[in-house]
Design a protein around this ligand. Structure first.
Ligand SMILES: CC(=O)N[C@H]1[C@@H](OP(=O)(O)OP(=O)(O)OC[C@H]2O[C@@H](n3ccc(=O)[nH]c3=O)[C@H](O)[C@@H]2O)O[C@H](CO)[C@@H](O)[C@@H]1O[C@H](C)C(=O)N[C@@H](C)C(=O)N[C@H](CCC(=O)O)C(=O)O
Ligand SMILES: Nc1ncnc2c1ncn2[C@@H]1O[C@H](COP(=O)(O)OP(=O)(O)OP(=O)(O)O)[C@@H](O)[C@H]1O
Length: 521
């Protein structure tokens, strides 16, 4: 079941929270109206997501003040508004019939605790797992869910691709939901008997109080490389936002991949106890991972930890880093007191049957390599992800590598040349197409990417703005045994061009192109 157009998943049986009690607990002033004996059943910061009985929180934003939407929230059933002093002024002219409360501290700073109070999620019976890092968070979340299922548990998850509780699914627009959405989701998970929750935690989420009010049993850090410099300004601030997750106010304990200096620094500077994973035996760590076999169809590994803890298994997705993602997820379970033997008992010879939507997803796994190319669709959009994927492919690709990609408009522009350079250095042919140009001229974005590719002075470069044509061009130049990797769109089903959201599914397009070429039935 999908939840249609709703912006958030809500509990079906919310308890009433008297407004006056909330007002006193959080120390709000009454700006206008009276709480009376009204009660809130939910809380949201988005007027478009208001349900009957909600407390609407009008936050200042980059473009608008949320208080501007208070009247709209009232029309949709909000029973009260919470805002700041500036927001109170904004509401003064709206003729509201519901009370307006004013918080002395910026309301965002207490949003997590407020949402936990409204939805009753401050103490959860479920174990909660969180993963942060630049690349691979979504993959780790799906692996966690699969391993928890194997251990006999009922997982719920929140990732860039979707929020999921069993068959109840909502497509996400943020990697990490706002606190109000997150606590509503957790409340619904509790209703559905979820006993383990896997959450992707972006740096934005830590910095913008989106995870406040959640107590993680185990958090993990996998890797760190350039991304989001448009938001964080520099790498140190971006790093600091991720490191801040490793603090007692957020989590009990942590797991850190220490192959690279960033991970070693997280392990050193963490304010909670951490255990370390290394993929090199020389590296000082409690856990070590060794890849034992790999092919285009997946990777097998052995994981060894303290006091004889070990796991031998495989993942049906290629790349050493996928083994690392799986190892990280396994250690997180171990740290939460779920024995690896219990996980193994729920699997067939250690095979983790994970499906990660749009992450190195092979669109034609049945095509014999001697009959045609294999086409993968991926969500990678950072230099770090490109390097990891292309290094991994270099180890397993039987033929040439054809790399198809574009880059986000209106987002971190400084990573484009490096993405192009890595694409050029690691592939035999590169096709540069459009991704989400947004308000930028698409040809200017392509030119930056192509300059990067040419700086590697290696691959053949094709420019084809229309991704539908680019996909077909890739199929037409590929030979049996070649691998085509289309990085960027992953699971997405839209393209954002000049303020318009247009339907576009890379996966559907690739399937169509493969069918036209006789490579899919
Ligand atoms: C650039 C940015 O961070 N924008 C976020 C921000 O929007 P804003 O400040 O521009 O908000 P605004 O449009 O001025 O509106 C102000 C307030 O009015 C409310 N509003 C607005 C319009 C309306 O009709 N009704 C209404 O209630 C909004 O909910 C908001 O609370 O506040 C919104 C509500 O809190 C966020 O949803 C929105 O995230 C956008 C969608 C976004 O793309 N954020 C990115 C940067 C992000 O968070 N990314 C990370 C990392 C992803 C990764 O690692 O790959 C993530 O976790 O997703
Ligand atoms: N451990 C890893 N190290 C480096 N790259 C990885 C790793 N795991 C996955 N990747 C690459 O990064 C891409 C994005 O992976 P994934 O979506 O899991 O990351 P993410 O951190 O969730 O990113 P986002 O928050 O933008 O969704 C993958 O498709 C793959 O190309």
């Amino acid at each position: 079941m999908s939840t249609g157009d709703a912006l958030s998943i809500r509990p079906q049986h919310p308890a009433p929270r008297p407004l006056e009690a909330l007002r006193r607990e959080f120390g709000w002033e009454t700006g206008s109206g009276h709480a009376g004996d009204a009660a809130a059943f939910g809380v949201t910061i988005d007027s478009r997501d208001v349900r009957e009985g909600d407390l609407y929180v009008g936050l200042p934003g980059a473009r608008r003040h949320g208080a501007e939407f208070a009247a709209q929230a009232e029309r949709s059933g909000a029973v009260a508004v919470l805002t700041d002093a500036a927001g109170l002024e904004v509401t003064a002219t709206q003729g509201l019939g519901i009370p307006v409360f004013v918080s002395a501290v910026p309301p965002r700073e207490s949003l997590g605790e407020l949402a936990a109070a409204v939805y009753g999620t401050a103490e959860l019976p479920a174990r909660v797992f969180g993963i942060t890092g630049t690349n691979g968070k979504t993959s780790v979340v799906y692996l966690l869910a699969e391993l928890l299922r194997a251990a006999g548990m009922t997982p719920g998850l929140s990732s860039t691709a979707e929020r999921r509780i069993g068959e109840e699914v909502i497509v996400s627009n943020l990697t990490s939901p706002e606190a109000t959405e997150l606590h509503a989701l957790l409340a619904r998970m509790s209703e559905k008997g979820v006993d383990a929750v896997a959450l992707e935690v972006s740096a934005h989420a830590v910095e913008r109080h989106r995870i406040d009010g959640v107590r993680f049993d185990v958090v993990a850090f996998n890797n760190f490389s350039q991304d989001h410099l448009d938001d964080f300004g520099d790498m140190e601030s971006y790093f600091a936002a991720k490191l801040a997750l490793f603090a007692p106010e957020h989590a009990e304990r942590g797991v850190v991949v220490v192959d690279a200096p960033a991970g070693q620094r997280v392990a050193r500077e963490s304010r909670i106890p951490v255990t370390r994973l290394a993929t090199e035996y020389g590296q000082d760590a409690e856990w070590h991972l060794a890849v034992t076999r790999q092919s285009l169809d997946g990777v097998s590994f052995v994981l060894q930890g303290p006091e004889g803890a070990h796991f031998r298994g495989s993942v049906p997705v290629f790349g050493r880093f996928m083994a690392e993602n799986a190892a990280l997820a396994l250690i997180m379970l171990h740290e939460a007191g779920i024995p690896l033997e219990r996980v193994a008992a729920g699997l067939d010879r250690g095979r983790i049957p994970v499906y990660i939507p749009g992450r190195l997803e092979c669109m034609n796994p049945e095509t014999p390599l001697e009959a045609g190319p294999r086409f993968f669709v991926d969500y990678g959009h950072t230099p770090g992800a490109f390097a990891a994927m292309l290094d991994a492919l270099a180890e397993v690709a039987p033929g040439r590598i054809i790399f198809l990609f574009g880059a986000d408009g209106d987002r971190d522009t400084t990573k484009r040349e490096e993405m192009g350079r890595i694409a050029g250095a690691g592939s035999d042919a590169v096709i540069v197409c459009d991704y989400h140009p947004r308000s930028e001229p698409p040809e200017a974005i392509r030119a930056q990417l192509i300059a990067g590719v040419r700086s590697a002075n290696h691959a053949r470069v094709f420019e084809e703005g229309d991704p539908r044509t680019a996909v077909r061009l890739a199929v037409s130049i590929a030979q049996p045994g070649d691998v085509i990797l289309y990085a960027g769109p992953g699971h997405e089903d839209y393209q954002e061009i000049a303020g318009r959201i247009l339907p576009y599914s890379a996966r559907e397009e690739v399937r169509g192109a493969l069918r036209e070429a006789g490579l899919l039935p």
